[in-house]
Structures are given as structure tokens and as C-alpha cells.
Design a protein. Structure first.
Length: 100
């Protein structure tokens, strides 16, 4: 398991994401994420200096449609269905600043 990731960090991120994880789920997520970080470290350690960088592995071209204004939902109607609205926007609970 990666030494860069602890159960405390996973628990904090879960709390910030408003995920209610059990202790077993936190341990499992810590192990899985640690293995992923270790795998990424293995990839970073590869010597790729002789390889030419590529932007796209397949010869694709962008297909873009014209940017045409379309009818959309009425703002007041949508905000009337929201749990909380303020100044014509959705009001959401704060996430930044939650420590623990």
C-alpha cells in the first residue's frame, strides 16, 4: 500500500464529499486508492525519453455543430423546485472550511 495515503486522509475527503462511509469502507478505499497511487508511481518511473509524445492515438477530427441558441427551462420555475435559492441561483451548503 502507498505510504502517501492514510485512512485519515480518505475519511476527510469522504466527509468533504458528503459520503457516509463505514470504517470498513474507508479501509477498503484506502487500500484501493493506495494501489492506484503505487501503479501511477510505477508508470512515472518508466523511461519514456525515446518515445515521441502523441496527442491522440487514433486519427480523429473534431466534429462540431453550430452554436445555436435553443429554448431552455425557465429560471424561476427551476429555482422554485430547488431546496434553497438565493439571488437567482441555487444555494448549496458550504464544503470549504470543514475541518476535522
Amino acid at each position: 500500500m502507498s505510504d502517501r495515503l492514510t485512512s485519515d486522509v480518505v475519511a476527510k475527503v469522504a466527509r468533504l464529499a458528503r459520503l457516509d462511509l463505514t470504517e470498513a469502507e474507508i479501509e477498503a478505499a484506502t487500500e484501493q486508492l493506495g494501489k492506484m497511487l503505487d501503479h501511477f508511481a510505477d508508470i512515472d518511473a518508466l523511461d519514456l525519453s525515446d518515445l515521441e509524445p502523441m496527442n491522440q492515438p487514433y486519427p480523429l477530427s473534431n466534429v462540431l455543430r453550430d452554436d445555436v441558441e435553443q429554448p431552455c427551462l425557465d429560471r424561476d420555475e427551476v429555482l422554485a423546485e430547488a431546496p434553497q435559492a438565493e439571488d437567482g441561483r441555487f444555494r448549496v451548503p458550504p464544503v470549504i472550511g470543514i475541518e476535522g
